[in-house]
Design a protein around this ligand. Structure first.
Ligand code: HEC
Length: 171
């Protein structure tokens, strides 16, 4: 076989291969352009709306008086507030913390807890009067009883528990 013939055979083989690759690339390019063409053949408004919804800001600020426009705007879920852990003090606890300072030994005319004579007439007034005087405070013949013993962080219930305890100890 002469050398020209060999060269020609190999050359056409390479050319053929390149042609096949070119054809494959053209077909691939057409497929891909079909896919991307999709975007432009669709309704432009619809397309823009979709883009808008994808790039919209995460939240919106509503000033007082402004209404929320879109119903599908992100809404803040209101999680139920956890109940504050009840740290209600018992009667004796409240008494020791807020009342004993006067009622323990009669400071400023306070009736001493455990002194049945000093308490008999007071107990006879009825619990409601005692609660009311302890919660709101009052100035009596013996002296001045400050509201909640001066500890306004006490709840009414805690003061009532303390009064019950004092009365119980003073019968
Ligand atoms: C600063 C002193 C003081 C503290 C603290 C105090 N008291 Fe008194 N309390 C008095 C005095 C004084 C009286 C008597 C007032 C009077 O009848 O003239 C009184 C009277 C009372 C009475 C009798 C009310 C009545 O109608 O006769 C109750 C009940 C009472 N205190 C409950 C409490 C409780 C409960 C606390 C604690 C939370 C407390 N007090 C803390 C001074 C105090």
């Amino acid at each position: 076989m002469n050398r020209d013939q060999t060269f020609f055979d190999r050359y056409s083989l390479v050319l053929g291969g390149l042609g096949a690759v070119t054809l494959a690339l053209i077909v691939l390019a057409m497929k891909m352009s079909d896919l991307s063409q999709d975007v432009y053949t669709r309704n432009l408004d619809e397309y823009q709306a979709e883009v808008q919804s994808r790039i919209q800001p995460f939240g919106e600020v509503y000033l007082p008086g402004e209404e929320q426009e879109q119903m599908d705007a992100p809404t803040v879920e209101t999680v139920a507030e956890p109940e504050p852990v009840a740290t209600v003090q018992s009667g004796p606890q409240v008494y020791n913390g807020a009342c004993n300072v006067c009622h323990g030994n009669g400071v400023a005319g306070a009736p001493v807890v455990g002194d049945a004579d000093a308490w008999a007439a007071r107990i006879a007034q009825g619990s409601d009067t005692l609660y009311d005087n302890a919660i709101n405070g009052y100035a009596g013949a013996a002296g001045y009883m400050p509201a909640k013993g001066g500890n306004m962080s006490l709840s009414d219930e805690e003061v009532i528990a303390a009064v019950d305890f004092m009365v119980e100890e003073s019968r």
